[in-house]
Design a protein around this ligand. Structure first.
Ligand SMILES: N[C@H](CCC[C@H](N)C(=O)O)C(=O)O
Length: 326
């Protein structure tokens, strides 16, 4: 019998699959296939997830575990900001530690427990790194240069400026007014840039943002490998960095409040020398625990398992209800 923890960060939902529980270690391919089948199931306990966060042991110094990100379509991602907060909590719950590192594809990232947002609404702060800007880091092509820093891309959309930042998963960001953000443009451009196209051959997370005020944003993301999500942690972080790059008055040390369809997060944007220091701070909610035999799980006999919800979702939604309307 194994247990998968269902979690969310700002209503970006996942199952955490801890491979150290299994006597026969499932392969990433098996888990990718599982993600697709869960998403396609007719059971809302399973089909509302945006992916699976795979946890393994880590032999890296200071790391209590390793996170691998599997999108709902089975594709792999190099990073997941909302997911990392829930993995940090999972490892904290297991070890009693509150400040440690987690191994991810490109970096061992600092994570720490933050003050709870409300009773039964725990929060974690996670480092988002590395930060990259060059075409090869995404990859992108045929967009008029090796970086995209607040400039028009008429090939993609008229009258918008774009910024491309990889953290290290790929993000394309544009700031716009409410009407443009709520028009059908993102629902058209998102699928295009994540299908057959000459610009982003591996896809890209498309972030449309509105500036609500100084250090206050609203961000909606069409995610690579998923589609529209309630929130994208790396997307909100990359968008906060783009905002500071465009608006900094010289101190380059901002705490940006980012509202999203799933709630709200804080992003600390700083720079030491030429290195950016980004920290994403927000909830790490456990929705429930799913006990199931490993054989049933990978034969997609989901009804054979037993899912027990927690009471945390009510607490989270009560907290969201206290937020000022963006
Ligand atoms: N779909 C993303 C991975 C998940 C990122 C997002 N859920 C987050 O919280 O950062 C990608 O393929 O790059």
């Amino acid at each position: 019998m194994v247990t998968l923890r269902k979690v969310h960060g700002s209503e970006n939902r996942f199952f955490i699959l801890d491979r150290t529980q299994f006597t026969t270690t499932p392969t990433i391919e098996q888990i990718a296939n599982l993600a697709v089948n869960l998403k396609q199931s007719d059971n809302e306990t399973f089909n509302d997830i945006d992916g699976i966060l795979v946890v393994d042991a880590s032999d890296h110094s200071g790391c209590l575990g390793k996170m691998t990100v599997v999108n709902a379509d089975g594709s792999l991602a190099s990073m997941c900001g909302n997911g990392l907060r829930t993995v940090a909590r999972y490892l904290a719950d297991q070890t009693g530690e509150t400040k440690f590192k987690v191994e991810t594809q490109d970096a061992d990232l600092h994570v720490e427990q933050a003050d709870q947002l409300a009773p039964e609404v725990p929060a974690y702060g996670v480092e988002i790194a590395p930060v990259r800007f060059h075409a090869a880091d995404f990859p992108f092509a045929e967009l008029g240069g090796d970086t995209i820093l607040n400039r028009p891309l008429p090939q993609l959309a008229p009258d918008l400026d774009f910024t491309a930042i990889a953290v290290p998963n790929p993000h394309l960001i544009s700031f716009m007014d409410h009407d443009t953000l709520t028009s059908g443009l993102q629902a058209q451009l998102g699928p295009y840039l994540n299908g057959e196209n000459p610009y982003f051959p591996d896809g890209v997370n498309l972030n449309f943002a509105q500036i609500l005020g100084p250090d206050r944003l609203f961000v909606k993301t069409y995610e690579r490998g998923v589609g529209f999500t309630n929130a994208c942690g790396t997307g909100m972080t990359a968008t906060s960095l783009a905002y500071v790059l465009n608006h900094d008055q010289g101190d380059f040390d901002h705490v940006v409040t980012v509202y999203n369809p799933g709630g709200m997060v804080k992003v600390h944007v700083a720079r030491t020398g030429t290195e950016y220091a980004l920290q994403l701070i927000a909830n790490a909610t456990t929705l429930g625990n799913w006990e199931i035999e490993a054989t049933d799980l990978f034969q997609h006999q989901f009804a054979a398992g037993n899912y027990q919800p927690t009471t945390e979702e009510t607490a989270y939604q009560n907290w969201v209800a206290t937020l000022p309307q963006p």
